[in-house]
Design a protein around this ligand. Structure first.
Ligand code: PLP
Length: 417
């Protein structure tokens, strides 16, 4: 694409799709337009190659256009289409069975959706139906999507913008890692569920304190509230386990998955319900209906994603690569005090820097040196750092080089070098 063609595209995008975004990026000195993509990389329309560690929050968990996922999509399109969402079908039954197996415990029924937001809405509806209670407790700084119920459940800053917060008595937020606040919210009564990202992404991946998540689960049991694990970002192998929540010894009543389940190729998400909360599925076959939820082509793609993840070594690799990156990042931290802290659980990683808006500054610097990383929206000193889990030693080292280049550029810009 020539510079003129790219400029024209940006103008049309601003005119017809997303004026505010184009303008914000322009103010940051960025003109990102995604063109070719493959594995860890995508290419900007101007030809520059970017190592993608944003990966849409886990959507490109297996990298961009994983050849086997692409082949599964083609094969599915030869046989299936969206399917009729009112009818049982082979791909949906197989995916439901696979999700029950990889979730384990009492998690059994999949209610399919086209997005993580919709799946979280299903989780909230289910919790209310199962308990006969209304209140949903979540975390300050959390993000569960942009549709109705989950928007109200997430941080009020997003919800208030669209007058979609509250009613305040129904959607309560408490500070992360504060069990006393959680206990007070739960003991106030009428709580249907606690909805938690296992590691809050938009808040910059602060790690749960030892005992926090199990403490929340115990409080849920004491008060009769359900525990909903939003694993949209943290699930599907990123932490070196299939689900991050497993590592904290908690069995949720509902587990929500999305993003990476799609293989980055066909939208699909699911709320996986435990036996005890799923009464509505037996009572009312049409309690929730979604035309695109569980689209059969998406089911086939998701089945391929699960098959790849279950191969020996694939998920373990997240832990191995996390250690390698951490060692490299420690070195960068010694050479560049601008990098303050590396938060990590497997390849769920956040880099905190010594400046209030270091995240956006690092996004901009990364774009210049060949790294695509996005800042944490609710904690702007943090850069979300989530390479695909197919990383190998060579790519990890290449990535560390790009991070150091971006850090050095930022320091220079801030006059701190
Ligand atoms: C933790 C979490 N939950 C839910 C969602 C919503 O998913 P979707 O954008 O597919 O609706 C997101 C999206 O970023 C997320 O990060």
């Amino acid at each position: 694409m020539t510079p003129e063609e790219k400029q024209d595209l940006l103008e049309r995008a601003a005119r017809y799709v997303c004026p505010g975004r184009v303008e914000t990026f322009r103010m940051m000195g960025l003109t990102p337009v995604m063109a070719r993509r493959e594995g860890h990389y995508f290419w900007d329309a101007d030809g520059r190659r970017l190592f993608d560690v944003h990966i849409n929050g886990g959507t490109f968990n297996l990298g961009h256009r994983h050849p086997e996922v692409v082949a599964a999509l083609h094969a599915a399109a030869d046989v299936y289409d969206i399917g009729n969402h009112h009818l049982p079908s082979e791909p949906r039954a197989r995916l439901g069975e696979a999700l029950a197996r990889i979730c384990g415990g009492s998690l059994r029924y999949s209610v399919f959706a086209a997005s993580g937001s919709e799946a979280n809405d299903i989780a909230i509806k289910t919790a209310r139906r199962a308990t006969g209670r209304r209140r949903i407790v979540s975390l300050e700084g959390s993000y569960h999507g942009h549709t109705g119920l989950c928007l109200a459940a997430g941080d009020v800053r997003n919800a208030q913008y669209f007058l979609s917060d509250g009613p305040p008595a129904e959607f309560v937020q408490v500070p992360f890692n504060d069990l006393d606040a959680m206990a007070n919210a739960l003991r106030a009564g009428d709580v249907a569920a606690v909805l938690l990202e296992t590691i809050p992404a938009t808040y910059g991946f602060p790690m749960p304190r030892p005992g926090y998540l199990s403490g929340v689960k115990a409080l849920c049991e004491e008060t009769g509230a359900l525990f909903v694990a939003d694993e949209v970002q943290t699930g599907l192998g990123r932490t070196g386990r299939m689900w991050a929540i497993e590592g904290y010894g908690v069995e949720p009543d509902i587990l929500v998955t999305g993003k990476g389940l799609s293989g980055g190729m066909y939208p699909i998400a699911a709320a996986v319900l435990s036996e005890r909360v799923a009464e509505w599925l037996r009572d009312n076959g049409w309690g929730h209906v979604s035309t695109f939820g569980g689209a059969e082509i998406g089911c086939e793609v998701a089945l391929k994603v699960i098959e790849i993840l279950e191969r020996p070594g694939v998920i373990d690799n997240a832990r191995v690569m996390s250690d390698r990156l951490a060692a490299g990042l420690d070195g960068i931290r010694e050479r560049h005090p601008f990098l303050l802290e590396v938060r990590r659980n497997g390849l769920v990683m956040g880099l905190r820097f010594d400046h209030e808006i270091a995240g956006p500054l690092m996004t901009a610097a990364g774009y210049e040196v060949g790294l695509w990383a996005f800042f944490a929206g609710f904690q702007r000193s943090v850069l979300q750092f989530k390479p695909a889990i197919i990383l190998d030693a060579g790519k990890a080292d290449e990535l560390l080089g790009l991070v150091e280049d971006a850090v050095a550029l930022c320091e220079k810009r801030l006059g701190a070098a």
